[in-house]
Write a protein that binds this ligand. Structure first.
Ligand code: ZN
Length: 241
C-alpha cells in the first residue's frame, strides 16, 4: 500500500474516568498512548470512544479505516449491537482488527469468533513472559524471543476461541498458567489479531516492545489490495467445450 495505513484506535474509555488509579497511569485515556505510538510509526491515526455518537464508529469512519484496534472491558454491553455488527461486517470486507486484552469479551470479537471467549484470570500483578512461538511471523519483526512485562494481570488457558490460524505468542505467568497471547485469524477478507497484555492499572502500553507488536500487527492486518471477488454468480466456461 503506497499511502499510509489508516488506523482507528477505539477505547471504551470508562476506567480512566471512574478509577483514580487508572487515570494516574493513563491521564488522557489509554487510546491516547496507543494512538501516539501508531502515529509515530507513520500511520494515519485517529481515536474513537464509547461516549461519542455511534461510539465514534460511523459508516464513514469505518469506510476510512484500514485497521481498527479495540480495547474494552467494563462496558462491553453498552456497545450497541448495530455498531458491533457494523464493525464485524467491515472486518469480513477486509478491515483489519486488533483486539487488545479484555477485548476478548467484546461484541465484535465474539461475533467473529463464534465462541464464548472465556478464560481464567487473576489480578495480583505477577510477571508475564510472552514467548515467540512463530519466529517467521511478521508480527515479531525486530523483537526479541521473549517480552517480559514485570506486572500484569494473569489470563490462563483454556481460552475459548477457535484454534488460531497462526499462533505468534504464548505467555507464561509466575503463578504457573500459560496462555495463547498472540493469535491470528482470517475471517472473510479480513485479518484479526488478538494481543493479550494491557490491563488498565499497569503501564503496559508505554512499553516499547508492546507498542512494536501492535505496530507490526497493524502492518500485517492492513487490507491486501486484491481484485474484488464476485460471489453468487454463475460464470461461463473460460475454455471452449
Ligand atoms: Zn484486565
Amino acid at each position: 500500500m503506497s499511502s499510509p495505513i489508516r488506523v482507528t484506535v477505539w477505547n471504551e474509555g470508562v476506567h480512566e474516568k471512574t478509577h483514580e488509579e487508572v487515570r494516574k497511569v493513563y491521564p488522557n485515556g489509554m487510546h491516547a498512548v496507543i494512538a501516539e505510538a501508531l502515529q509515530g510509526a507513520g500511520f494515519t491515526t485517529r481515536t474513537a470512544t464509547l461516549d461519542e455518537p455511534e461510539h465514534g464508529l460511523t459508516q464513514e469512519v469505518l469506510a476510512q479505516t484500514d485497521v481498527l484496534t479495540w480495547w474494552g472491558h467494563m462496558a462491553h454491553n453498552r456497545v450497541e449491537d448495530a455498531i458491533a455488527d457494523r464493525v464485524a461486517k467491515r472486518v469480513l470486507e477486509g478491515m483489519g482488527l486488533i483486539v487488545l486484552h479484555s477485548g476478548h469479551m467484546s461484541k465484535p470479537f465474539l461475533r467473529l469468533m463464534g465462541t464464548t471467549g472465556a478464560l481464567k484470570w487473576r489480578e495480583i500483578g505477577e510477571r508475564e513472559r510472552l514467548w515467540v512461538v512463530d519466529p517467521t511471523h511478521p508480527i515479531v519483526q525486530g523483537l526479541e524471543e521473549q517480552i517480559v512485562i514485570e506486572h500484569e494481570e494473569m489470563y490462563g488457558e483454556h481460552f475459548d476461541v477457535p484454534a488460531p490460524d497462526q499462533l505468534v505468542y504464548v505467555s507464561w505467568f509466575q503463578g504457573g498458567e500459560v496462555f495463547r497471547s498472540g493469535c491470528c485469524w482470517n475471517r472473510g477478507m479480513g485479518k484479526i489479531f488478538y494481543f493479550r497484555p494491557g490491563h488498565e492499572t499497569y503501564p503496559t502500553y508505554y512499553q516499547k516492545e508492546v507498542q512494536q507488536v501492535i505496530i507490526n500487527a497493524v502492518k500485517w492486518a492492513a487490507p491486501v489490495q486484491l481484485p474484488s471477488v464476485t460471489y453468487w454468480h454463475k460464470p461461463e466456461p473460460l475454455e471452449k467445450f
